[in-house]
Ligand binder design. Sequence first.
Ligand SMILES: NC(=O)C1=CN([C@@H]2O[C@H](COP(=O)(O)OP(=O)(O)OC[C@H]3O[C@@H](n4cnc5c(N)ncnc54)[C@H](OP(=O)(O)O)[C@@H]3O)[C@@H](O)[C@H]2O)C=CC1
Ligand SMILES: O=C(CO)COP(=O)(O)O
Length: 318
Amino acid sequence: MKISVLGCGRWGSFIAWYLNRTGHEVTLYGRPGSKRMAGFLQTRMNGLVTLPGSVRLTCDLKEAAEAETLVISVGSQSLRGLMGELCQLKLPAKCYVLCMKGLENSTGERLSEVAGEFLGDNDEIAVWLGPGHVQEFTRGIPNCMVIDSVHPATKERLVGEFSGELIRFYFGNDLIGNEVGAAAKNVIGIAAGMLDGYRLSSLKGALMSRGTREIARLIKAMGGNELSAYGLCHLGDYEATVFSPYSHNRQFGESFVKGERYTELAEGYYTVEALLLLEQKYAVELPICRAVYDVLYRGRDPQRTLDGLFLRSLKREF
Ligand SMILES: NC(=O)C1=CN([C@@H]2O[C@H](COP(=O)(O)OP(=O)(O)OC[C@H]3O[C@@H](n4cnc5c(N)ncnc54)[C@H](OP(=O)(O)O)[C@@H]3O)[C@@H](O)[C@H]2O)C=CC1
Ligand SMILES: O=C(CO)COP(=O)(O)O
């Protein structure tokens, strides 16, 4: 398959490496001026992956957009801008695979909804989500992920074409649940980092249990399948987020409570704003997300806010 990966950061560059290795003809696109792309053009490395000569590198979006399948992995809040640029190219129908874990913070929209605003009826949209860190895949450690789409044939094709010995893909069947679950796990990851920062890591078991419950409630209220919160997109990604030293969201939460600066992309920071919009829209209670929001956006004391979760009225577990 002829594929272009748009976005040359940690995940986009890994995807290019992975799909090339899986036998596809891959181009990696970095926007003009990207220091990351400049690094790849100079050395073909970024400290995480080394791209073989068979992966084409380009800063020309029009050239990249010639491929039949466009895999997108930029920060979630940049998707709308990138889709606007692609729209101006007046492309024929294509398959767009979104590899991002976020919700749009200003609207609460899922990323397939954002992309859909720019695409026609003949375009296909899919999402590729689930656990996995570049550092582990490149050491040969496999993982399981999920591909979902409202188009059954697209899903079938992508799962078949993208599966390899490093990634076992499952067919998703709940686009709402998978997108919301994948985005929300980053907020739970930030909460986990805060617990680590306060040496309260033993509370992460309770965080897993209550975090999945609240996200399951939201998914159900949005019309998705609440079981998705217990699938690869959310609970299945906790090891890689809530517990992993590699997780940017967990590291961000820990740095935040320690008063340290953290400069890598932590998607949960933006997604929590979207989740609060959805909390209101669907009238569901999201106490953990709200606590993270209060700390990050309202200057609430993290320790007291976490304690506040303990003081809520007593209730049934399920
Ligand atoms: N297991 C999984 O499924 C994983 C998923 N992810 C997800 O992947 C997404 C990207 O994360 P990550 O790679 O860590 O982020 P990075 O910050 O490492 O990379 C983001 C990239 O997006 C590029 N970018 C931003 N805006 C645009 C634009 N308008 N046009 C073109 N390129 C743009 C940036 O360009 P520039 O270089 O110029 O800054 C950068 O190269 C996130 O949603 C994250 O949650 C991440 C890791 C694992
Ligand atoms: O999604 C990921 C692992 O599955 C990456 O998580 P972080 O963005 O928190 O590093």
